[in-house]
Design a protein around this ligand. Structure first.
Ligand SMILES: [Zn+2]
Length: 462
């Protein structure tokens, strides 16, 4: 998006460019398959558990059948067909238990062996996994898998009264405002998407007033974004005594990061609306959406979630999640250890909806990088998602003046890849911060076994 050409355009022309990109994206998103799926799932999502299990079983059976025939990884394992039982839930459990757990490391070795041969390559879209190691792996999906994911997102929004014609403001990771721009506006317009996109790369203390003004002055029925960014803006709103009056917004929809308790409190107070968080992954293997009771409901039409239980107590059990995507037809993930931990409730949610429900999922918590001019920049791990020549990467920061970037290079890593990495960093962090790239053999994990892409002494999330 931020080509040199885009960066040199006047703001009104950048708005056109964002609108054009938004138009193209909405054409890809709102397909007939999307509308059919949304309408079917709005019905099944409000129904009882037995038909949901029956639907899950039907989808699982066809996935297993295809995997056994058309997916080399599974074909070579010589697995039995899906189990037949009168109770679909028994059949699901028995079918899954015949599959070994799929570890990320296994996928990393041979991702091509997970490609389904019955889907023409022309229908496959190349994506990237969310790495547990700060980096990403290639991944393929179809337009239908994407549509199903959007169906889960829109089902959640529509439950809270959001309409497709509503305007909204987004705090996502797109670079839509050039780093060098020093004066507001720090947002751009996507007119066909009815969306104002705020930059996450200009959040310096002296700019926060402009963000607060924009949040108040731009039209919005709801807000979407990363919890860490919304928290920064929310704090600025409260510090200035300018929260949004309760009732004006229909909801705040967060995703992509762990929603921490202090995030939730500040954001809900500042924006005057309830938060609805979503847990999803780029593998199209799982989706959970929050209800008004603050619980994460598994979107059961989209995937099956098992918990590899390590701890349990009265009414809950906790452990690593094993996910089976029912919609990812291009690269099937069956019992995939996604790398996140979750706490499942063993009794139904107080909101009254049936199905699997979680109290929390620990996704990723990353620090901010702070630039010499005081901007707090989150989600820098996104940079590494586009750089497949790097196996693992971590950003370390002790002072505002500099960062160290540790990388574990792949064989394909070379001078050009390093320059690409530097360019990506500069477009988000500007030219004044010192960047030292260091090649290392490995990067240590946190005591809980999780990988942290950004560790900053000056940009702690708290
Ligand atoms: Zn609920």
């Amino acid at each position: 998006m931020l080509s040199n050409l885009y960066g040199s355009l006047p703001i009104f022309a950048q708005n056109w460019a964002c609108s054009w990109a938004g138009y193209k994206r909405s054409r890809q998103r709102f397909t007939p398959y999307f509308w059919r799926t949304l309408s079917a799932w709005e019905e099944s999502g409000n129904g009882s558990l037995a038909p949901l299990h029956a639907l899950q079983y039907e989808r699982l059976r066809s996935l297993v059948e295809r995997a056994r025939i058309y997916v080399p990884h599974y074909r070579d394992m010589d697995l039995p067909p899906a189990a037949e039982r009168s109770d679909p839930w028994d059949a699901i459990r028995e079918t899954l238990s015949s599959f070994p757990v799929l570890e990320k490391a296994h996928y990393r070795e041979t991702p091509e062996r997970f490609l389904a041969e019955d889907i023409p390559r022309s229908r496959m879209i190349r994506g990237k996994t969310s790495g547990t190691t700060g980096t990403a792996l290639p991944l393929w999906y179809t337009a239908e898998a994407l549509a199903e994911e959007y169906a889960t997102i829109w089902r959640m929004r529509r439950r809270e009264g959001v309409d497709f014609r509503d305007w909204y403001q987004a705090f996502g990771g797109q670079i839509i405002v050039p780093f060098k721009q020093e004066a507001p506006p720090f947002y751009r317009l996507n007119r066909p998407g009815r969306q104002f996109l705020h930059s996450l790369y200009h959040m310096a203390p002296e700019n926060m007033g402009a963000y607060v003004d924009a949040v108040h002055n731009l039209p919005a029925s709801y807000i979407i974004g990363y919890p860490s960014s919304l928290h920064l803006v929310g704090r600025a709103m409260l510090e200035r005594g300018r929260p949004i009056p309760r009732g004006r917004l229909k909801g705040i929809f967060t995703s992509s990061e762990s929603l921490l308790a202090f995030h939730k409190e500040t954001i809900e107070e500042a924006f005057g609306a309830r938060i609805y968080d979503r847990y999803g992954t780029s593998e199209f293997a799982v989706s959970m959406t929050m209800c008004a009771a603050g619980r994460l409901h598994v979107d059961m039409e989209f995937g099956i979630v098992e918990v590899d239980v390590q701890e349990s107590g009265d009414g809950w059990e906790r452990g690593p999640l094993l996910v089976t995507g029912l919609g990812n037809d291009a690269t099937p993930f069956i019992r995939y250890r996604i790398g996140d931990l979750g706490t499942r409730l063993t009794s139904p949610c107080s909101c009254g909806r049936e199905g699997d429900v979680f109290a929390d999922v620990d996704g990723r918590i990353e620090d901010f990088v702070v630039t010499p001019d005081g901007r707090r920049i989150g989600r820098l791990d996104h940079i590494f998602k586009d750089l497949l020549d790097i196996a693992e990467a971590q950003i370390l920061q002790d002072t505002e003046a500099a960062i160290d970037v540790l990388i574990v290079p792949r064989e394909s890593y070379n001078r050009a890849a390093e320059e690409r990495l530097l360019r990506e960093m500069r477009s988000r962090l500007g030219d004044s911060i010192k960047i030292d790239i260091r090649e290392v053999e490995s990067i240590p994990r946190e005591p809980n076994g999780k990988f942290r892409a950004v560790r900053s002494r000056v940009g702690k999330q708290s």
